[in-house]
Write a protein that binds this ligand. Sequence first.
Ligand code: ADP
Ligand code: 5GP
Length: 209
Amino acid sequence: MPTPGRMVVISGPSGSGKSTICRRLLEDPRVVFSVSATTRKKRDGEVDGRDYHFLSREEFKRRVERGEFIEHAEVFGNMYGTLRAPMQSALAEGKLYLLEIDVQGALQLKALGEPGLYVFVAPPDFEELRRRLVKRNTETPEMLERRLHKAEDEYRERVKYDHIVVNGDLDTAVKEIRAIMGLEPHGAAPSGARPEPGSRSSSSRPKGG
Ligand code: ADP
Ligand code: 5GP
């Protein structure tokens, strides 16, 4: 029987670098991405079933009622949710199952006592967060301000996670998370080891908040 897998929750404010980090983590064949469902519109370049399952609001609600989501949340006016069934299959196959979800969703899973590694990706500071969001060029000025405002609230929740990783230098942050996941041959967390509750990979806080 394969060793049971593990859920890895990558969460943090919008623009902190979650997607960028997840793309890098997914280069490892032991890591599988949790494709969330969402009611938001598909962006250019996104593929249904690969990036998200794009659903109508009615369909999303039906699935909530059927209990198909292990967590779901409304983020900036759209619904997002993690599907239970694919997660159970991946964990049974011994995979590291990567969830890239917002802070509300991560805290729902924590409150449910869902076993896993909870990683908060923090920006180096709020000015850098603003610069990154401006550079990404995906938000209207109004949405950008909303995301920055929310980031400050979300940042306060970081203490509820098992690990806080500051995404200053991307390679360093990826390496740190790979070590937490037990993927680095000489990493801090050997494969299968559980971190001490409340242990921190890095405790430095963004200067802006
Ligand atoms: P999130 O998924 O958390 O919203 P993204 O991964 O989209 O964030 O990153 C936001 C922007 O910041 C993107 O343009 C990305 O290329 C850039 N970025 C991510 N990590 C770093 C980093 N370590 N250094 C500089 N820019 C980064
Ligand atoms: P985006 O629309 O930019 O792809 O994602 C917006 C936010 O929704 C991001 O913070 C992302 O992590 C979060 N998100 C994506 N999928 C899920 C999910 O299944 N559940 C929750 N709670 N948040 C999600």
